[in-house]
Design a protein around this ligand. Structure first.
Ligand code: ZN
Length: 477
């Protein structure tokens, strides 16, 4: 049984047309004959079923204005003819508000709930409704980005109106959200975001500001509160380091029983007090500090991506101590397989955190280009996922003991414009993950110095690929 706690099965068919009647349903596999596979379907509902995924947590998401402008997204919308381009142009011209787009996105997904006897899914409103023996795919909802709740089209107007939109989702009759990431890849009114967009260029992707805003704090409080409806968890993904630290402090002081969600994550492989900084400079054009990192080595021949969008060791212990759940992304770049690039940091936050350059860590002798056989590259990518699992265990075990094995899950981020690891390029390939992890995790564990008896390997892998997420959702949602 596989569970994916973060994937976007409806995204690519949603942006394909302005009108619901013209959109292809979410079971459709889109395949463009292009060199880069990033635009092909990765987690259509058909692919999820094919990959033996029983439960998926699916974000509702209004396409941010700055993305609508991007050529790549226009390509993803299948813009061979102009009619379809109009939808993105309208988003760009702010003809659609974000809340309206989020609702249209939800309706698009739900309209695929019962297409034919073999194309059905069940929408759950609590973890206890999950039935592992059901023959249908089961889906729970979440939301990606605080902008979805803006009250004035694509702009933030009044705090209370934004909060009212959040509270709507806490009503007993409304669709249940498991968690919300309060920011995404472009500027938001809730908090400073962590830089995460290398592919597309625009200043709107550059982090600005300093941590949580008052709106952000209020939003977190209303989401986590249990006196105004059912709790919606807060996902630490996409928040800047300072915003995360402020969120942790707020949660510990006011909602100590609320677990922290981290749904589609990678790790930096280091402490936030010792980042592998090579150099930095202020970039006037970007209005940000540009930080260059050394490559942070992991176990065996793997690496981490040290961008602050990924979790530092202190983030890991904070999330684990809160009884939270870390979902690991299957994005090559996030998992550290890609060539390291510069990160942009908000100038207001730059001075709050230590970016002193350090001596280059000792790198592996083996270079990426040494793997030219596709099968070897696939295994190397898979080892990056193993490296992440083992690093969480190594960092977490002294703090929470063996419970750490129960706090790791998969949040692939398929169809979130990612370039997935070659081992699992789409959700249909999920079914091979069990065998791959059973093969590599114990071998890597020896190198990591993590105790993993052979008799426990299969059980541990089953937990990570599905059981942990189910148990977490049953307990908390
Ligand atoms: Zn995301």
């Amino acid at each position: 049984m596989y569970v994916d706690i973060h994937c976007h099965p409806q995204f690519k068919t949603f942006i394909g047309s302005e009108h619901q009647a013209e959109r292809k349903n979410c079971w459709t596999n889109l395949n463009y004959d292009l060199d880069f596979k990033i635009l092909d379907s990765q987690s259509s509902l058909s692919q999820l079923v094919n990959g033996q995924v029983k439960l998926a947590v699916v974000p509702l998401y209004a396409l941010e204005n700055v993305f609508a402008k991007a050529k790549l997204i226009q390509l993803a919308a299948g813009l061979s003819y102009n009619a379809k381009k109009r939808f993105l142009q309208k988003i760009e011209r702010e003809a659609y508000g974000y809340f309206e787009l989020m609702q249209a996105d939800m309706n698009h997904l739900l309209s695929s709930a019962n297409i034919s006897p073999d194309k059905q899914f069940t929408l759950l409103s609590s973890g206890s409704q999950f039935d592992p023996t059901s023959k249908h795919l089961q889906i729970m909802l979440c939301a990606e980005g605080g902008h979805n709740f803006y009250d004035n089209g694509q702009r933030f107007g009044q705090t209370q109106k934004v909060i009212d939109r959040l509270l709507y989702f806490k009503l007993p009759q409304s669709p249940r959200l498991v968690y919300i990431t309060i920011t995404h890849l472009s500027h938001s009114e809730f908090c400073t975001h962590a830089f995460g967009m290398k592919m597309l260029k625009s200043n709107a992707f550059n982090p600005q500001g300093r941590g949580l805003s008052n709106l952000g704090k209020r939003f977190i409080r209303e989401a986590l509160s249990t006196t105004n409806g059912k709790r919606i968890l807060i996902d630490a993904k996409h928040m800047s380091l300072l915003a995360r630290q402020q969120f942790y402090a707020l949660r510990a002081a006011e909602f100590p029983d609320a677990p922290i969600m981290a749904s589609h994550m990678g790790l930096t492989g280091c402490s936030w007090q010792r980042k592998p900084v090579c150099k930095y400079k202020y970039d006037k054009k970007e209005a940000c500090y540009e930080v260059t990192y050394h490559r942070q080595p992991g176990v065996l021949d793997t690496y981490f991506n040290s961008w602050s969008i990924n979790l530092y060791d202190e983030d890991i212990t904070e999330i684990l101590s809160s009884n939270g759940l870390i979902g690991l992304s299957l994005d090559q770049r996030i998992l550290g397989c890609g060539t390291p690039a510069e990160e942009l940091v908000s100038p207001d936050e730059f001075k709050d955190t230590d970016f002193t350059p350090i001596v280059e860590p000792r790198l592996h002798q083996l270079r990426v280009e040494d793997y030219d056989d596709p099968e070897e590259v696939k295994a190397w990518h898979l080892r990056h996922l193993c490296n992440h699992i083992l690093h969480i265990v190594k960092v977490g075990q002294p703090k929470v003991g063996n419970r750490v094995w129960k706090q790791i899950a998969i949040g692939s981020d398929f169809d979130g414009l990612i370039d997935p690891i070659n081992y699992t390029t789409h959700a249909g390939a999920f079914k091979f993950l069990f065998g791959g992890l059973v093969e590599w995790l114990p071998r890597m564990a020896i190198h990591a110095g993590v105790d993993l008896p052979p008799t426990e390997v299969q059980q541990v892998v089953k937990q990570v690929i599905g059981e942990n997420a189910v148990e977490f959702l049953r307990k908390n949602i």
